[in-house]
Structures are given as structure tokens and as C-alpha cells.
Design a protein around this ligand. Structure first.
Ligand code: OAD
Length: 327
């Protein structure tokens, strides 16, 4: 593990985040055409079929949740960061910047109304991940997402590292007093900023924030405790729906040896998949996460289970959402 991986969350190379039109299309071509080696998704399917994979490590991001209706961050036009004009932010990432939040928490509270878990159903990809857990071949998944959809799809907590935190707990950013969800979530849902009552007699106000990792904050201990051993044991790295733009998570795929098979399932080529010519076993499936997930599920003989659990859970969550909307 490099030193970078133990640092707090940070942005890298802001100039290099955009893709061309072709690479952001939703075609399902498996070639991608830009990798130097001959390794393809078919080779990954063969490894899975032959039972040669026992310790998958996954790195996932917002792209695995877009088919649930949650926007990603950086896709031009539809990504969250393209649509924050109404917040009057100095720059889009400020909405998740700890220094900015301490002075102006309203933007995050307003946005939270849309991000708070409960309204969205896990995607095919989330159910595929849960199946990997059930098959006993998932070592760990490092998720950058705060939507809680891995858990909702039934993935065991032990397999999951929520590297950028979650809405599951909240505390004051200054005195660290923990506030229960029963108090915080209604405020987030209403978009009303919650002040810390323990800090209230101070001159400057302090605010309550869910334990989401903001820019300028450290990642959870669990991330640092597990990563090195997971990378050592990893025999297949699956990267899905992420720009690999934010570190330290963006650097995780580089922590495995040059000959460890890696597959990127994404709408565009990103990170070291694009750049590292020394790697001999990199595959790129250019397309939608759910389509790639179904191909791998099929290779493992669990395609029907994935489709069935997706359909059932989605139906019940959609029904609940309809009831809420009607009330
Ligand atoms: P990004 O928005 O940076 O990247 C999403 C990636 O998924 C892009 O490469 C898209 O092309 C791709 N994509 C979108 N929809 C897809 C689909 N249906 N199938 C396949 N690929 C798809 O999101 P993240 O990489 O998750 O941090 O962003 C990392 C971090 O940046 C987030 O955790 C967040 C943000 O600032 C914090 O909030 C702290």
C-alpha cells in the first residue's frame, strides 16, 4: 500500500476528469479497444466458470447506482456536480468539503433530501455483489457510495467497507456528540440545518453531520485495517462504476500485483486501466454496470437468482415509495 492510501480523502488532477463522447456511451462492447494486452471479459468469465477465483476484491462507485435513479458525480450533464448551480457553491465539490460545511452547511442539508437512503431500490449490480458474498468468493467490496444499497441487497456487513462513510450515524463536527438518526434524518429530509445543542453557548455555531467522509476528512479505520491483507489475498479485482478520480479509493486497484487479473466494468476507461502498460491481465467491459454484472453472474451460474432477487426487492420498494408519495 502506498502512503497515499493512508491519507485523507482528496481530489486528484482536476483537469483530467472528462471523457470523450464515445467513452461515455452506454454501448456494451467488450473490447473498449484501448488496452495494451489481449485480456478480455471472456477470460474473466472463464476464470469464474473454472472455479479459479476465491478472493474477489471490488471497488465500486456511483455508476453502479445510476440505474436505480441516483445520479453519479462527474458524468457531464447528468452528474451531480454539473447540476449544483442553485447552491451557489464556489466549486461543486464544496458541498462535500468539511471546511465549507463548517461555515455553510445549508447546501449539504438541501442536497441530502435527495441522497438520503430509503427511496431507491438496489440495482442488478448490487444483487450480483450480494450473490458473490453468498457464493463465498467475495473477499471485500470497497464502496464509495453513501446510498446503502449494498446492504439493502443483502450483502453481509463483514464483506463491505463503506469507504466514504454513510448516513447510518451522525455527530457534531466540533464536540463529536453523537445524535440519533431519529433526530437527524427528519432534519435532513426537511433540508433544515441541525445545530449541535451541546456547543450552543459558544459564539460560533457547530453543526451535526452524518458520518459521510468529506473532502479533508480521514477514511474510517476499517478501511485502513483491512486493505493491505485484502489486496494480498486478492485473486480478481473487479472495478465498477467509478471514475477512480478520488483518492485513496481510486488507488486501490493499483495495490495488486501486475499479473493479478483485473476487470473494469464502466462506461469509460479510467485510472491505471487507461495508463498502466505493465499490466498483463487487465480487461475492460465498456458499458452499463448491470449488463457486465449479468455476464459475470451467468458465468457463475447465478444469473437467474440475481434477476429474481432484483425484481422482488424492487417491487416492494417501489410500492413503499408510491405509498409515501400518495400520503
Ligand atoms: P464519478 O461520478 O466520479 O464516476 C462515475 C463513473 O461511473 C464514471 O466513470 C461514469 O462513466 C460511470 N458510469 C455512470 N453510470 C454508469 C453505468 N450505469 N454503468 C457503468 N458505468 C457508469 O463517481 P465516483 O467514482 O463514485 O465523494 O466518485 C468518487 C467520489 O467522488 C464519490 O464517492 C464522492 C465524489 O466526490 C464524496 O462525496 C466524498
Amino acid at each position: 500500500m502506498t502512503d497515499e492510501l493512508s491519507e485523507c480523502i482528496q481530489k486528484i488532477d482536476l483537469k483530467d476528469s472528462k471523457s470523450d463522447d464515445e467513452s461515455t456511451s452506454s454501448s456494451s462492447s467488450s473490447s473498449g479497444g484501448e488496452l495494451a494486452n489481449e485480456f478480455e471479459i471472456e477470460d474473466v468469465e472463464a476464470l469464474l466458470k473454472e472455479g479459479k477465483v476465491k478472493n474477489i476484491v471490488m471497488v465500486v462507485g456511483a455508476g453502479i447506482s445510476t440505474s436505480a435513479g441516483i445520479p453519479d458525480f462527474r458524468t457531464p450533464g447528468t452528474g451531480l456536480y454539473s447540476n449544483l448551480e442553485r447552491y451557489n457553491l464556489p466549486y461543486p465539490e464544496a458541498v462535500f468539503d468539511i471546511k465549507y460545511f463548517k461555515k455553510r452547511p445549508q447546501a449539504f442539508y438541501t442536497l441530502s433530501k435527495e441522497l438520503l437512503p430509503g427511496l431507491y431500490a438496489p440495482t442488478i449490480t448490487h444483487h450480483f455483489i450480494a450473490q458473490l458474498g453468498k457464493l463465498g468468493i467475495l473477499k471485500r467490496i470497497y464502496s464509495q457510495n453513501i446510498d446503502g444499497l449494498e446492504r439493502l441487497a443483502g450483502l453481509e456487513e463483514e464483506k463491505l467497507v463503506e469507504a466514504h462513510g454513510s448516513f447510518a450515524s451522525s455527530r457534531c463536527t466540533r464536540c463529536k456528540k453523537v445524535y440519533p438518526n431519529s433526530e437527524v434524518h427528519p432534519m435532513l429530509r426537511a433540508g433544515t440545518v441541525m445545530e449541535c445543542t451541546s456547543c450552543e453557548d459558544r459564539n460560533d455555531r457547530a453543526y451535526v453531520k452524518p458520518d459521510i467522509v468529506f473532502f479533508g476528512e480521514g477514511l474510517p479505520d476499517r478501511f485502513h485495517d483491512l486493505l493491505n491483507d485484502d489486496l494480498e489475498e486478492c485473486d480478481l479485482m473487479i472495478v465498477m462504476g467509478t471514475s477512480l478520480y478520488v483518492y485513496p479509493v481510486g488507488g486501490i486497484p493499483d495495490g495488486v500485483g501486475n499479473d493479478c487479473p483485473r476487470i473494469l466494468i464502466n462506461r469509460e476507461l479510467v485510472g491505471s486501466f487507461k495508463e498502466d502498460r505493465r499490466r498483463t491481465a487487465d480487461a475492460f467491459y465498456c458499458g452499463n454496470a448491470d449488463d457486465g454484472a449479468l455476464r459475470l453472474a451467468k458465468a457463475l451460474g447465478v444469473e437467474e437468482e440475481v434477476k429474481e432477487s432484483y425484481k422482488n426487492l424492487k417491487a416492494s420498494i417501489d410500492k413503499k415509495r408510491e405509498e409515501i408519495n400518495n400520503n
